[in-house]
Design a protein around this ligand. Structure first.
Ligand code: VGL
Ligand code: ZN
Length: 203
């Protein structure tokens, strides 16, 4: 049982799995791997992407724009996504196959319509904190292992921010799947490696 390392299970939600509006290829495949992995960690945090129906990252909020186009948003490039993970909707629910009864914290992110939040630690304005760093520190956690969806967005941003807050960070690659559009997966790995994020097989 790992006690000083927490497992962060990122966004394993219906909308990112088969049939969902932002389905990640083979996304469902991570579920049994994560269920098995989670048994080795005393501290498990599950994250849930959780947006208001009019979230400004949704292409539907930008007349004339299509999903996966990019816009300039508050000085940063923002991808416009299909509507996904609308708070309390069926699609925002955790994958029904996820079995982690001992997960103590379910952390929701992306609630503010004007800020996207890929990371479990810091929203995309790079200023607003979710409080996860304090939660982990208070429990004596020194490092995090990450798994879930999607490798190149919410997993990658969470892993880099874990480093920013002084935690060790390791991405369990077989228990992740990526969106991987326009080279996003390679770019994410380059950024993660530069930030000191380790890349691991199943542990
Ligand atoms: C995610 C795009 C938009 C993710 C969330 O979980 O990786 N990607 N919202
Ligand atoms: Zn989202």
């Amino acid at each position: 049982m790992r006690r000083d390392t927490a497992l962060i299970v990122v966004d394993v939600q219906r909308d990112f799995c088969a049939g969902g509006p932002l389905a990640v290829a083979d996304g469902d495949a991570v579920v049994p791997l994560i269920n098995a992995l989670a048994r080795h960690y005393a501290t498990v945090v599950i994250t849930q992407d959780w947006h208001p129906a009019d979230h400004a990252s949704f292409a539907s909020q930008h007349p004339g724009r299509a999903a996966f186009e990019t816009i300039d948003w508050a000085g940063a490039t923002q991808i416009l996504w299909p509507d996904h993970c609308v708070m309390a909707s069926a699609g925002a629910a955790l994958h029904p196959g996820l079995e982690i009864p001992h997960a103590a914290l379910i952390l929701r992110k992306g609630l503010n319509r004007m800020i996207d939040s890929y990371s479990a630690f810091l929203e995309a304005d790079r200023t607003t904190r979710t409080g996860l760093d304090g939660y982990l520190a208070a429990r004596g956690i020194a490092a995090v292992d990450l798994c879930g969806l999607a490798t190149d967005y919410c997993v990658a941003w969470s892993a880099q921010d874990a480093r920013r807050f002084g935690f060790g960070a390791r991405v369990i690659e077989p228990a992740c799947r990526a969106i991987d559009r326009d080279g996003s997966l390679a770019a994410a790995w380059a950024a993660m490696t530069a930030a000191g994020v380790a890349r691991s097989g199943l542990v």
